[in-house]
Design a protein. Structure first.
Length: 216
């Protein structure tokens, strides 16, 4: 699994572009994973959109994750689902979707991260690291110190999300993040492909500098 650049689709931030168009442009720019996130869309429509994104990610080799909705993720052939602390437990989700189906969990501290992994999570998303206006329910950020604590507590991939832009990518990688998840930093930009490409290059450079890794 590769999560270096994890782009979350959001039509409210997308300047009139659809979920599928955001996904297509982000994948062209090098996104490693796409998450379909829509809190208002009805199930049938969400499945239709999911199938569109599934075809896009198949062509580029990106992972496709659906936010919250395990039923939709399974119906449209997604690679996985991303769950919050108040959603279905990962061990319950695993009973319905055995591996290699991916289960990711949002966590805010090391204790939540450990519990998520023990329950079967394949990755954790530290949400949020910094304050963000892209998610109304995000809450205060845990900061780099919180990210480091979570990184030290679990062995699965750790994804940073919240308040992330081109200028703080390097410090997040240095702080232990395996990848970054963004909404407005890609979906909200005039040129989504260029924004994704720029972030992807910055992540790669930071990994070479701080971890000695070169995943390309």
């Amino acid at each position: 699994m590769r999560f270096d650049l994890y782009v979350i689709t959001d039509e409210a931030n997308g300047g009139g572009r659809s979920h599928a168009e955001i996904a297509r442009l982000a994948c062209t720019g090098g996104a490693d994973a796409i998450q379909l996130r829509d809190k208002c869309c009805r199930s049938r429509e969400l499945c239709r959109i999911g199938r569109e994104i599934r075809e896009i990610t198949k062509e580029t080799g990106a992972l496709f994750i659906v936010n919250d909705r395990l039923d939709v993720a399974l119906a449209c052939g997604a690679d996985g689902v991303h769950l919050g602390q108040g959603d279905l437990r990962p061990d319950t989700a695993r009973q319905l979707a055995p591996r290699p189906f991916i289960i990711g969990i949002s966590v805010g501290n090391a204790a939540e991260a450990v519990a998520a992994v023990e329950a079967g999570a394949d990755y954790v998303a530290v949400s949020p690291v910094f304050a963000t206006s892209s998610k109304d329910d995000a809450g205060p950020g845990c900061g780099l110190s919180g990210l480091r604590e979570i990184r030290a507590a679990v062995s699965v991939p750790v994804i940073a999300i919240g308040g992330i832009g081109r200028d703080n990518v390097a410090e997040l990688i240095a702080g232990g993040a395996d990848g970054i998840a963004v909404i407005s930093a890609v979906a909200g930009q005039p040129d989504i492909t260029a924004a994704a490409r720029d972030l992807r290059e910055r992540i790669t450079a930071a990994k070479k500098r701080y971890t000695g890794r070169n995943d390309d």
